[in-house]
Design a protein around this ligand. Structure first.
Ligand code: SF4
Length: 215
């Protein structure tokens, strides 16, 4: 499929999902894929509901970027965040840490929704290869409109549409997340998410929001 074909396909999936599921929202992590996803969704429905889950451990520049993007794109967004909790759990049990700071707030974010739209891509890594454009996950539908976009497609879309990017990419990070668990690219031949949870059994894996039943 061509680059423009993938854009058309994504917009069609988003449009049909919005028509079918009135209670729908877009998940936005403020990484590069989310920037593309939100841009596509806002072209279909300017005031579409968006939610973001943040943790106390994000990079300062990522938080500044988040605030800038919310303002620039006039996002209709809600933020979900644990205000307190264990510090350093990522060293001993990153799965438990992600469960507490990411998965549980995401459950809260989607509890009243019929469907949510996510920015997963098949080429990000083995954990995402089997994903489908539309998935029934327990009692909620998950929509993945940019599943067929490659990493290059994402950067191409950002460039063509002059969308600002999280400054961490310019500093050598290829996939972004919490500061203690996000590392710079070591080798361009590594999988895209190799810098996530590097040195742990969770390396290149998932925080849990895309693998667990949330509702
Ligand atoms: S990415 Fe790291 S710091 Fe963030 S919630 Fe998961 S384990 Fe904790």
């Amino acid at each position: 499929m061509t680059f423009l074909g993938k854009i058309r396909q994504a917009k069609k999936i988003i449009k049909e999902a919005i028509e079918k599921y009135p209670k729908i929202a877009v998940a936005c992590s403020f990484g590069k894929d989310s920037a593309v996803l939100v841009h596509l969704c806002q072209q279909v429905k300017k005031d579409i509901s968006i939610f973001t889950v943040t943790t106390p451990f994000l990079f300062e520049e990522a938080l500044e970027y988040k605030d800038k993007m919310i303002k620039k794109y006039k996002m209709n967004i809600r933020e979900y965040k644990r205000k307190s909790g264990p510090v350093g759990l990522w060293k001993t049990d990153p799965d438990a840490c992600c469960q507490y700071y990411k998965v549980e707030p995401t459950k809260e974010a989607i509890k009243d929704l019929d469907a949510w739209i996510a920015g997963l891509r098949k080429s990000e890594g083995s954990t995402r290869e089997e994903c489908q454009h539309i998935e029934k996950r327990g009692n909620i539908i998950k929509i993945n409109p940019i599943l067929d976009f490659t990493e290059l497609d994402i950067w191409r879309y950002l460039a063509v549409n002059k969308i600002p990017t999280n400054p961490l990419y310019a500093k050598g990070y290829r996939s972004t997340g919490c500061k203690p668990c996000t590392h710079k690219e070591k080798d361009e031949r590594d999988p895209e998410r190799a810098g996530r949870w590097t040195g742990t059994g969770k390396c290149g894996g998932e925080c849990g929001i895309h693998t667990q039943r949330l509702k």
